[in-house]
Design a protein around this ligand. Structure first.
Ligand SMILES: [Zn+2]
Length: 332
């Protein structure tokens, strides 16, 4: 598909931000996708410019060898972001197949990596974020660019949004946009469909968090933990987790982290049973199970104390359904 799109549009600039292993089964997995992408990038010339996330060994491994276009690497450098990650334990060196060693993992399989067998390692990025401060409402960081540093206050949370911002800044710098203009643009960014949209009803706040795969669920939980006090969750899970007959992704998410925290957990939607079973295996107690998404949302909001916050963790179709109802109410 990308191949066809590129042959029609003929872009000069390509931004390659990440390639998660999650949910790629329908594409034939990352190997098939990378083969197609390599075929595409072999047709490019020095007129083209590839901007690649240096922290993603799958992307970097796929494109560094014999690629004719110009390449600029971007990334994030902050040791405080280090996490434990299941995805990083299985990522292999593109040259020799050895499982990579990480100095730090920042997000899924993204981080500072090296192959202990052949020595291949993360390329040095020329544009990167440092001093990354993320809380449950916003993030602040400095982007180092060849045109000077750029201090950004982003009204979005989550490390994935910091990566998105650095990718966007790298593209803008490559196109000759001034740093002050880039900063102003980033600071105007607002959440897109279900990606931390915020809704207030009768002094109670709901944060709408889309969950699509283990990475998005893990990262969303990481954001909720930044609250610093017990969280209230409503998981809205539709049958779509069954799409393609595959419910396995909820088993790959690190839901065990919820077992060690005090939280209130509601589950609703036609796929609720799958998630309840998964949570049970993770040792997590579910407070209430409901089937109707809309009812579950409004009941939960009604029974919350004033000024409380509800993290609504919803799969795609469930999120769509909830957003429609909130739009009809005029609160979204
Ligand atoms: Zn190697």
């Amino acid at each position: 598909m990308l191949y066809e799109a590129v042959s029609i549009c003929n872009p000069r600039l390509f931004v390659l931000n990440n390639l998660y292993l999650d949910g790629l089964d329908f594409e034939g997995g990352t190997d098939a996708l990378m083969r197609e992408w390599r075929r595409l990038f072999n047709t490019l010339t020095v007129e083209h410019h590839l901007l690649i996330n240096a922290d993603d060994p799958i992307l970097c491994g796929g494109f560094v060898r014999g690629v004719p276009p110009r390449v600029t690497y971007f990334g994030v450098e902050d040791e405080r972001l280090a996490i434990e990650s299941r995805a990083a334990r299985f990522t292999r060196c593109y040259r020799c197949g050895t499982v990579l060693s990480y100095r730090l993992v920042a997000l899924a399989h993204l981080g500072d990596y090296r192959c202990s067998t052949c020595g291949w390692e993360r390329p040095m990025p020329t544009i990167y974020a440092i001093n990354v401060e993320i809380n449950s409402n916003e993030s602040r960081f400095r982007i180092i660019t060849p045109q000077g540093p750029l201090d950004v206050h982003l009204g979005l949370t989550g490390l994935y949004n910091v990566y998105n911002a650095v990718a966007a800044a790298t593209a803008a710098v490559s196109l000759g946009v001034k740093t002050a203009t880039i900063r102003a643009g980033l600071e105007k960014a607002v959440p897109m469909f279900g990606r931390d949209e915020r809704v207030t009803i009768h002094n109670r706040q709901a944060r709408l968090m889309l969950i699509k795969n283990p990475t998005s669920l893990n990262e969303t939980l990481r954001t909720t933990f930044m609250d610093g006090h017990p969280s209230r969750y409503l998981f809205l899970v539709d049958d779509e987790i069954d799409a393609g007959g595959d419910v396995s992704w909820i088993w790959d998410a690190d839901l065990e982290v919820l077992a060690t925290r005090t939280s209130t957990i509601y589950v609703a939607g036609s796929g609720a049973d799958h998630l309840v079973l998964r949570l049970k295996h993770a040792g997590v107690e579910v407070t209430e199970v409901n089937i109707a998404i809309d009812d579950a949302f409004h009941q939960t909001m009604r029974h919350m104390p004033d000024n409380a916050r509800l993290w609504v963790m919803a799969t795609d179709t469930a999120m769509f359904e909830l957003r429609q109802s909130l739009k009809e109410l005029g609160v979204l």
